[in-house]
Design a protein around this ligand. Structure first.
Ligand SMILES: Cc1cc2nc3c(=O)[nH]c(=O)nc-3n(C[C@H](O)[C@H](O)[C@H](O)COP(=O)(O)OP(=O)(O)OC[C@H]3O[C@@H](n4cnc5c(N)ncnc54)[C@H](O)[C@@H]3O)c2cc1C
Length: 458
């Protein structure tokens, strides 16, 4: 970058340090704007000097997706962290994209409300969570993150601000920019402000946990609860990788059902879920007020098993407990320990086949099984070195893609060591690729926003 370009980027820009890398690609400069107007100034200057720009929220998942073809400038959104308006009476939140999800949830909890967005990574921001498009346990009750967004403001690659939607929940006019930005990995525009619909915090909640050894019991338990009239808020599954010849003891996983609502109703529904799980074959069922360890996290190595009863926490108010469940202690989330992390999607009826294929591949799985979204981790654990080879991952991925496609979904690689990323098609087949390329060309014709990170080189 020339001195001219650095001058044009202004006071908010400086030379990048070792931490300013994106999936192994070191940026030359980092900009830290304090508001949307400065974001627009930086993007205009970057456009004038043909700089490739990668937006960064908390930086916790910058290595997901493909490495960018180039990354001249990291645009750090952490300065845009304000809650602009919390209209509690309307159940609406307006916040800047760099606000941390955990901070937002804490603030909303004081008014007895919450955002139905799961982000257990401590530093995750609203913008990064929307841009990676991930959902967690709340998906069963509230749908994916795109269903929570009612308005959005972005800055396009050339520095032009754009907005759609607004604070009115029934907003159907115009182009649905919010849905388009979900899962776009920063390739279409930089998110600056988001408007979300909110939900009241429940007065009570119960986690009903049934330990399971593998898919043969897990799948019928999940189907029984999903098909009953018990209105669970979440049905989560955690299955560790199946044991290997040289690994001791059986794998222990769990099906965990979350029931929320008024205290009397929750107690009755939790008891009904417990009875149903027992009738369907669960030998042991626990009912607890607090989330089990590992609730809503990815199947990274070394997470505590869901099947273990949660420790008794000191009594405090429900909102504080809910927030604690949404933001557990920091783990080393930047590494998969050499393993490959996949996202599997499917219609619910495909669950037994998907779980069986994941088991054959030697994968640990967890996620919202009843909503048809699971994450799978392919080795390596103790004695599992062979599972980490690119050949093993490629073969397992191909098989999982076939099974998920047969059941209306697919499989993508979220995170993997470089050797695996080089050996496999990270995004897999995408039927609407031409349309996606046309959308990219409209938003970012010069291909300067996170170039090459997304499907088909977008
Ligand atoms: C239920 C659930 C469980 C999860 N469990 C885990 C877990 O156990 N371990 C784990 O590591 N992660 C987990 N995640 C993912 C975690 O929440 C992500 O770290 C988070 O979504 C990314 O936020 P970030 O601010 O750190 O984004 P970054 O890592 O900074 O960015 C992520 C992507 O978004 C883009 N981006 C960021 N901000 C913007 C913006 N303002 N405009 C445009 N593009 C932008 C970036 O360019 C990048 O492509 C989970 C997510 C969910 C929903």
């Amino acid at each position: 970058m020339t001195r001219d370009a650095l001058d044009a980027l202004g006071d908010v820009c400086e030379r990048a340090g070792p931490a300013d890398e994106v999936a192994g690609v070191r940026a030359a400069y980092v900009a830290r704007p304090g508001d949307a107007a400065q974001v627009a100034d930086v993007l205009r200057a970057a456009a004038a000097h043909d700089l490739a720009v990668v937006a960064r929220g908390g930086g916790t998942r910058l290595h997901w997706g493909l490495p960018p073809a180039r990354a001249d400038l990291v645009l750090d959104l952490s300065g845009l962290d304000r809650i602009v308006d919390h209209a509690a009476g309307d159940l609406v939140l307006i916040a800047e994209a760099g606000a941390r999800v955990a901070d937002v949830q804490r603030r909303l909890a004081t008014a007895g409300q919450r955002l139905a967005v799961d982000a257990p990574t401590p530093g995750a921001t609203l913008g990064g969570t929307v841009a990676t498009g991930h959902s967690g346990p709340s998906r069963l009750l509230a749908g994916p993150i795109k269903d929570q967004i009612i308005g959005i403001s972005v800055v396009r690659a050339d520095g032009t601000p754009a907005s759609s939607g607004g604070r009115v929940v029934k907003n159907v006019a115009g182009y649905d920019l919010g849905r388009l930005m979900c899962g776009s990995y920063g390739t279409l525009a930089v998110l600056t402000r988001l408007i979300f619909r909110l939900r009241p915090l429940p007065a009570a909640r119960a986690f009903v946990t049934a330990p399971v050894l593998g898919p043969s019991l897990a799948a019928p338990l999940i189907e029984a609860v999903a098909a009953a009239q018990l209105v669970p808020s979440a049905i989560e599954l955690h299955l560790p990788a199946p044991p290997h010849d040289d690994a001791a003891g059986p794998a222990t996983g769990a099906v965990v059902v979350l029931v929320e609502g008024a205290p009397a109703g929750v107690a009755a529904r939790a008891a009904a879920v417990r009875d149903l799980l027992r009738r369907t074959g669960a030998e042991e069922v626990h009912v607890r007020a607090d989330a089990p360890p590992g609730w809503g996290t990815l199947p990274t190595q070394g997470l505590p098993a869901h099947g273990l009863p949660a420790p008794d926490l000191p009594a405090h108010s429900l909102p504080a407990r809910v927030v604690a469940a949404q933001a557990p202690a920091a783990q080393d989330l930047r590494t998969t320990g050499g393993g490959t992390l996949l996202r599997l999607t499917f219609v619910r009826s495909g669950l037994p086949a998907v779980l069986s294929a994941a088991r054959d591949a030697g994968a640990a799985v967890s996620g919202s099984a009843a909503a048809g979204v699971l994450t799978a981790m392919l080795g390596p654990g103790p004695g599992e070195r062979a599972m980490a080879t690119p050949e093993h991952v490629a073969a397992a991925l191909a098989r999982l893609r076939t099974v998920c496609a047969r059941h209306g979904g697919g499989a993508i690689v979220l995170d993997a060591p470089a050797a695996v990323r080089d050996a496999v098609d990270v995004w897999g087949p995408v039927p609407a690729l031409d349309l996606m390329r046309r959308v990219k060309a409209q938003f970012d014709p010069a291909h300067r926003l996170s170039p090459g990170r997304f499907v088909g080189g977008i």
